[in-house]
Design a protein around this ligand. Structure first.
Ligand code: GDP
Ligand code: MN
Ligand code: MN
Length: 270
């Protein structure tokens, strides 16, 4: 078995209003069942989800958090504005981003990289919808049934280093459910439900890169995970079933407030 992945060449710097589907279709010969991984950064840029730091007026709360976390109060204000729930305030902001399918991540996924100095990039407003619109547009241009995964780079609990994750999907199953099938010895699998969209996002991220490569789109070919409809929401635990999130909610924040007690904290996403 094998799969193939390649970057789409010569994508320009993305501006508000750019048509990503068109830009991709002009630069890649897409096939049915291709999976298109697109860095959320350019989806956000195309949707005009950019703020100028100088125009943000921080509240007292943002100023206080920024002081404790040694960050920019205007940046903190943007994070608070983009958050539906704050899971951890210090030493870094771990939040559930706004929106029905909001990703749980550091700083609400707001990025200060790959954008002009003094600006920040928010996550797309609704990454599932972004993925869906791009997929539909690709179909209207090429007549090909592709899947779209909007990716972001996220830190992880328990492990150092960041990886690509899926934050919005369209035209692909979020998971490959092994439950009910049998293992090598005939035992029925009861738990395995493989988060294939995250695995594919991570694989794509190997080619996307984090810095100045300028390769925000990767095509993955060789899988047959196409599904007419599915969003990322299904793999977000409902709050009531999310053990870690509940534990954080009841955890005394002051335990974390002294920076020197925290040797390793993910400084952010990429
Ligand atoms: P994120 O993971 O979605 O936050 O995106 P990153 O900032 O890590 O960027 C992923 C890839 O997209 C890197 O190769 C960047 O150089 C590239 N990238 C970011 N913005 C643009 C853009 O506007 N145009 C092009 N061509 N590449 C971009
Ligand atoms: Mn990245
Ligand atoms: Mn990012």
């Amino acid at each position: 078995m094998n799969f193939h992945a390649f970057t789409v060449p010569e994508i320009p710097l993305i501006r508000n209003g750019d048509d990503l589907a068109e830009l991709i279709c002009e630069r890649a010969h897409l096939q049915d069942r291709d999976i298109i991984a697109i860095a959320s950064t350019i989806v956000a840029k195309a949707e005009g989800r950019i703020l100028e730091l100088a125009e943000i007026v921080p509240t007292d709360r943002a100023i206080a958090i920024a002081e404790r976390n040694e960050s920019d109060p205007r940046f903190v204000q943007a994070v608070l504005d983009e958050s539906a729930e704050i899971l951890l305030e210090s030493p870094f902001l771990l939040v559930k981003a706004r929106g029905e399918s909001g990703n749980i991540c550091v700083n609400a996924g707001i990025d200060g990289s790959n954008i002009e100095e003094g600006h920040i990039i928010l996550l797309p407003e609704d990454s599932d919808l972004s993925a869906k619109n791009i997929r539909k547009k690709i179909f209207s241009i090429t007549d090909k049934k592709v899947s779209v995964i909007v990716t972001d780079t996220n830190g992880r609990a328990f492990r150092d280093g960041q990886i690509g994750v899926a934050i919005g999907i369209s035209g692909i199953l979020a998971t490959r459910d092994w439950r009910g099938s049998r293992d090598l010895f005939g035992s029925v699998l009861e738990v395995a439900n493989e988060a294939i969209v995250d695995e594919i996002a991570s694989a794509a991220n190997l080619l996307l890169g984090e810095g100045g490569d300028g390769t925000p789109v990767v095509v993955i070919r060789g899988f047959d995970y196409y599904a007419e409809e599915e969003g990322i929401k299904r793999i977000h635990f409902p709050a009531s079933e999310d053990v870690i999130r509940s534990a954080l909610r009841f955890f005394p924040q002051r335990f974390f407030s002294q920076k020197n007690r925290v040797k390793n904290c993910p400084s952010g996403e990429g």
